[in-house]
Ligand binder design. Structure first.
Ligand code: APR
Length: 308
């Protein structure tokens, strides 16, 4: 039997997710949104292209939570996206109310699902989902570090003129301006980038990575990045659905790791059929730890604003 993947939010990211999941034959897709016609229209469009992708996966759109029943995986993009001049944190009040209703719907209709949250501000939204749903921490994970790391990888590959495939990167902490790229843990085919690029160039790439979401928002003007976030979540979805045991930077609920408890923070973890199966605690030097602590404090103050 094919897997069932429910997508909550049929906007820009939801649309790319539906297409990629169906055309990669990861499972049947149910696209949910509160706007009537939007998920149905996107689903029909994708379904009609499926023969070209050689996919028999079903794609349907709905405005009823009952239709997500039995989902193995739920990916949440419901909520407002940024416009120029806004930070991710500016979305908190509106998206908090949306996330509360989504968590209640998923809890009722897909209580056994794994959940990937994409809605921003990410660390606060994934926390809200976990608190409202009561799902165990291994089944609720946030997409942030994969996207931040892929942006860093892109910039390094451009700078060195090498394949993006050979660049690995690690960006931890909160998914905001305080995120922490860790150049010491980035490499090109195993060669630390600190041996290939100057400190100034690495600092430039780190800053561009931290502001990369805003750079896209300022160009698009009407919304935020949606292709790279969708593909980042697909990487996580594949890890869970195919039990790949990928080591990816994800927003995980910490209970003592890195000296943090009760918060979602971006850390390296093992993603497989059990969801977040393990968190890796890596060594940081004093400067890296200072940036990581500042990022945690930012996440803590954002999370403290959540009234459930
Ligand atoms: N339940 C389900 N869907 C909802 C709800 C809700 N309560 N409220 C809003 N939505 C839907 C909207 O109707 C819209 O179709 O969420 C969708 C969001 O789509 P876009 O506005 O296109 O936003 P997108 O670019 O997909 O980003 C979604 O992910 O990266 C984050 O910051 C981004 O928070 C934003 C989210």
């Amino acid at each position: 039997m094919r897997r069932k993947i429910a997508l909550i939010g049929a906007g820009n990211i939801g649309g790319v997710l539906a297409e990629q999941i169906a055309y990669r034959r990861l499972g049947d897709v149910v696209l949910f949104d509160v706007v009537e016609g939007l998920p149905q229209g996107k689903a029909l469009d994708i379904a009609e292209g499926a023969p070209l992708a050689g996919s028999d996966c079903r794609v349907t759109g709905t405005n009823a939570y009952q239709d997500i029943a039995g989902a193995d995986l739920v990916i949440i993009t419901a909520g407002l996206a940024r416009k120029p001049g806004m930070s991710r944190d500016d979305l908190l009040a509106k998206n908090l109310e949306i996330m509360k209703s989504v968590a209640a719907g998923v809890k009722q209709h897909a209580p056994k699902a794994h959940v990937i949250v994409i809605s921003n501000p990410l660390d606060a939204m994934v926390y809200t989902f976990k608190q409202i749903s009561g799902f165990p921490k291994n089944r609720v994970v946030g997409m942030a570090g994969v996207l931040d790391s892929t942006r860093f990888r892109t910039f390094v590959a451009w700078e060195l003129g090498v394949s993006v495939k050979d660049v690995t990167a690690l960006v931890l902490g909160g998914h905001g301006d305080t995120m922490v790229p860790l150049p010491r843990y980035c490499s090109v085919a195993g060669i630390p980038i600190t041996r290939l690029l100057s400190a100034e160039k690495i600092a430039e790439i780190s800053t561009r990575t931290q502001n990369a979401g805003g750079e896209v928002v300022n160009l698009l003007k009407t919304g935020s990045a949606f292709v790279s976030p969708a593909h980042s979540a697909i990487e996580m979805a594949e890890a869970i659905l195919l039990d790949e045991k990928r080591v990816l930077a994800c927003a995980c609920f910490l209970e003592g790791e890195y000296g943090v408890s009760g918060l979602y923070v971006g850390v390296p973890c093992v993603l497989g059929a059990g969801g977040v199966e393990k968190v890796f605690e890596i060594e940081m030097d004093a400067a890296e730890r200072k940036l990581f602590d500042a990022s945690i404090e930012h996440v803590r103050s954002l999370t403290a604003q959540i009234k459930l």
